[in-house]
Design a protein around this ligand. Structure first.
Ligand code: SF4
Length: 323
């Protein structure tokens, strides 16, 4: 019997197990649960510590905005009809005005992630996290509170219990936990070795053999990791320009995310109100709303099904990127 971590599967892990977390890897989680020794030490996560510190503030903001009573570090009893592996600890318990209890998850985000919350709503991985805790606690609702640690802005999302999602969680969690407990199991499938998640994974040696996490060479260019890292203190000219570049890139990313949200809202309203062309103070010329069909060639499929044809029409040139 392998040595296992005692806590079962936590809410923040279930999306990874279900393949719905583009930052996580189920196989890495399998190694963690099995307590497989890491090939490389875990990196310090100072931001994680900051997030924990700010959790209390986020909970207080939620209590103020939602008008609910919030108790942090509440010790939830395990529901007897839930499998043992349904583990983890919600950040807090909330008591609503109509005297029902719910689970609360409180997170902080940088501006870039914040705009994703604003533009696209609550990501699926957090919905799954809340549903996992609704399964664990038997509550009928949960809330996700998020604080922008750059600007101090705050918002929250409320999620109702979904028996359908919980059933999916139980199936996926059971299958994963069986693998963890079965000494003969090799665990979930590996990701492609060139996946960016593998390049900084603590188990990349154990999992991918000699693969060191570098992307394969492309077009004969040397890989980035072979190049020396230059400290820029001495080069004020470049350091100054890079600083300004990073600052404006940040502004551009925020503006692009805000533009996306506004464009979506404007398109919806213009369509609903039947406005096809409008003028508006502060906007040069007229703004039009048009519907049209788009065409897209599925190059991935062309390459897979007609490799000679794809090769015939593919040309190569060296491009530059600053990242
Ligand atoms: S090396 Fe890649 S596939 Fe293997 S556990 Fe790590 S992230 Fe997952």
């Amino acid at each position: 019997m392998p040595t296992l971590t005692p806590d079962g599967i936590g809410g923040s892990e279930i999306a990874t197990i279900m393949g719905k977390n583009s930052y996580g890897c189920a196989r890495a989680l399998f190694y963690e649960k099995r307590k497989v020794e890491r090939d490389f030490p875990e990196e310090d996560k100072p931001l994680f510590e900051v997030g924990k510190e700010l959790e209390g503030l986020t909970c207080r903001r939620y209590a103020d905005k939602a008008g609910h009573i919030v108790v942090r570090n509440f010790s939830w009893p395990h529901k007897s009809d839930m499998p043992d592996w349904v583990g983890g600890h919600p950040d807090a318990r909330a008591l609503s005005r109509d005297s029902t209890y719910g689970v609360l998850e409180a997170k902080t985000a940088n501006s870039q992630v914040w705009w994703q919350f604003k533009g696209q709503g609550l990501p699926l991985r957090y919905i799954l996290q809340l549903q996992h805790y609704l399964a664990k606690t038997g509550c009928q609702w949960g809330a996700f509170a998020v604080l922008n640690r750059d600007s101090g802005e705050f918002r929250h999302f409320e999620v109702s219990r979904s028996e359908k999602i919980i059933a999916g969680i139980l199936v996926a969690g059971d299958a994963f936990w069986k693998m963890v407990k079965d000494p003969a199991s090799d665990g979930p499938n590996r990701l492609e070795a060139a996946d960016t998640r593998c390049s900084d994974c603590c188990w990349r040696q154990t999992c991918q053999g000699g693969y060191n996490g570098q992307k394969p060479e492309k077009n004969g260019l040397e890989t980035l990791s072979e190049r020396p890292v230059v400290q820029l203190q001495e080069d004020e000219e470049l350091a100054g320009k890079l600083f300004r570049w990073a600052k404006f890139k940040h502004i551009r990313d925020e503006a692009a995310a805000e533009l996306d949200v506004l464009a979506k809202d404007c398109k919806f309203l213009m369509k609903e109100k039947g406005y096809w062309k409008v003028t508006c103070p502060g906007v040069d010329g007229a703004v039009t709303y048009t519907e049209f069909l788009t065409e897209r060639v599925d190059w991935k499929r062309v390459r897979a099904e007609h490799p000679e044809l794809a090769l015939k029409y593919t040309s190569h040139k060296t491009a530059e990127r600053l990242g």
